[in-house]
Design a protein around this ligand. Sequence first.
Ligand code: 26M
Length: 798
Amino acid sequence: KVWKAGTRGVDQDVSDITKSFVNHVQTSLARQAYNLDDLGAYQAAALSVRDNLLVNWNETQLNYTRKAPKRAYYLSLEFLMGRTLDNALLNLGLKDKYRKGVEQLGFNMEDLLEKERDAALGNGGLGRLAACYLDSGASQELPLWGYGLRYQYGIFQQLISPEGNQLEAPDPWLENQNPWELPRLDVTYEVRFYGQAERSGSGNGRAAWTGGQEVLAVAYDVMIPGYKTKTTNNLRLWESKPKRGFDLNSFNAGNYEGAVESSNSAAAITSVLYPNDHTTFGKELRLKQQYFWTAASLQDILRRFKNVGKPITEFPDYAAIQLNDTHPTLAIPELMRILIDEEELSWDEAWKIVTNTFFYTNHTVLPEALEKWPVPLVEHVLPRHMQIIYDINLYFLQAVEKKFPGDRERLTRMSLIEEGYPKQVRMAHLACIGSRKVNGVAELHSELVQTTILKDFVEFEGVSKFGNVTNGVTPRRWLDQCNFELSDLITKTLKLEKNVWLKDLTKLEGLLPFAENKAFRAEWAAIKQRNKERLARHVQTTLGLEVRTDAMFDVQIKRLHEYKRQTLNILGVIHRYITLKGMTPAERKKSNRKVVFFAGKAAPAYYIAKLTIRLIVNVARVINADPDTKDFLQLYFLPDYSVSLAEVLIPASDISQHISTAGTEASGTSNMKFCLNGGLLLGTVDGANIEIAEEVGESNVFFFGHLTPAVEDLRYQHTYHPIPIEEKCPALANVLNQVSAGLFGDGAPYEPLLNTIRQGDYYLITDDFDSYIAALAMVDEAYLDREEWIKKSIRTTA
Ligand code: 26M
């Protein structure tokens, strides 16, 4: 800590705010205050708020430089920040004053906030986790910096075609200038690609890396304000640009295209976020992104360390570098290269520094998600790094052989290089042996990391290197900001200052006794109802659809993936529809009204995930138009899921679904956000659902499905003793047949999706369907006892 704890931020009154606002309208935007639109007003407000952040940011950084604490660095290819203005206002404690200020000038605060585009530099959970950690780091007054890439285009915008297909459009989020970043055109580093690596020949392991392409990394800084503190940390994003405008030699030789080609290829490196999660493919540009970013970040970190004036051997006492998945693993051979080739350290000295500096977080055990890079590609793009990786591997396998003499299979399993055509570098192995600690992101997941993908490494290095750090979410954005009414009620009820419980969530336990208080329950339920109405208004204005709010809201919002089993959910919805159709009107009247929401993006090349979206959209079309059932069951696929959309959906949820095949979802983080907002969970015994249930009590969570230890055996049965689906699960067979038969339009397009269940069924839909339907029935029953349900909701938050 470099401040006196809790030192407050800014003191500004409303007249200061209007003055600063008008000043920015005139001098920064060069516009007139009297005919300003909402976008202009948003920009002026943002620039005015930014002035406050800048003062705090400068002081914080100066403090860090003076006191030279050990610093933490979070290296992540993704930071899914969402919007900034509202969050900055709340953190600075200036929201009310700015609201008054902009109202005096004739604007509505909510309208201005809506004008901000999301910073969507991430795919899903991994990227949002990075953003939450930055918020927490600043709020806890820790010297934490993030390092990432400044993509020109964030995650694609999702459109839904009339047939129900996902279409992708670019996300040019920087089109209007971005008030939240500061270009640091003076902070630049050179990064090399390709070329030759020549060993020195003197046997000291050094080499010279020359030639190839040199690209410039330019820093852009994003201010990260802490909650109710002056501490304002930094997120540094790198942009690539050509080292010299263009190649003059080619230009003079009349080869204009050749001259701009290198500048184009330099700019291309940070042009776009790869829209995949949980799949890898050996694309050269992705490898270049990874190296460009780790090389620039390490140069920056080392320069800062050198300013402290300590010997290089003390580097790990001044810097801890957290690797967000294996994406930044090239930092390990890169730091070796710098220490050996440039700082002229011995191999052993360098390896000691490296293995005390890095920490690796694993986010998935799905085999298709484990990063591997083809050796020929790494050799081509990063010849010196390939040599170093081979050297690391040699010393490492020698040590393994010493501990387990003659165990050839173990060496093959543990090698950094997977044999095959081509050979591949196993990034998780490299990240593991190059790090001081390795963690998973929930208890079950960390256990699986240690017993499956890194089992041999636990046996070799000892279990103490491996651990668990269960994910978390920032309660500032995910409760106070997105559900201010609930936040105010909690503050009033706990009789604590907001900044106390928003920095220590154990205080929420104080809500428990109020579950028994009828008046409190009424207030609690009324807030949930207003959040449903807010969501309904949002759907009305953005999609023109009418959502009824006198129903249970059931929500599944996450990336589309077979392991997350959105198919299980939609097949369950179809089952409910068929059941409702079979009832008499009198029977239907007694049933629970429900609105089901889906949202999420599919990777552009993920065919089965895209078919799932198409099925959801077309089922929605039929169900919502059916006069027999539409009062009892509605279904919506909300396009273009984003952080901002989550902020409207999560507070409105009665129940949310986290229904991955057991053992496949590392943690999940939206499950935590739903609970914080008084939403109950329907889920499998997977990821952080388990730890959540331990806290809120199993009676407040709806669990179903097979457990992790059963999964392997069930898959074996599917392969070697398949049972026809009609026999195994008749209810599901009927649902699949109805889809095939055309209940939701021509069934033919869905056959490939349905066949993943009929044959192989890798994610165990047929095994879990009946227990899923039974769990849904228990949810319905519980919801019909409204007072009891509200108690569960309160206890979940508590
Ligand atoms: C890989 C190759 C090329 C391009 C992109 C990728 C890639 C991008 C993101 C691979 C994986 C990515 O993220 C995985 C992820 O989001 N994992 C989730 O991490 C969350 C935070 O720990 C967990 O809560 C989720 O359970 C886990 O699925």
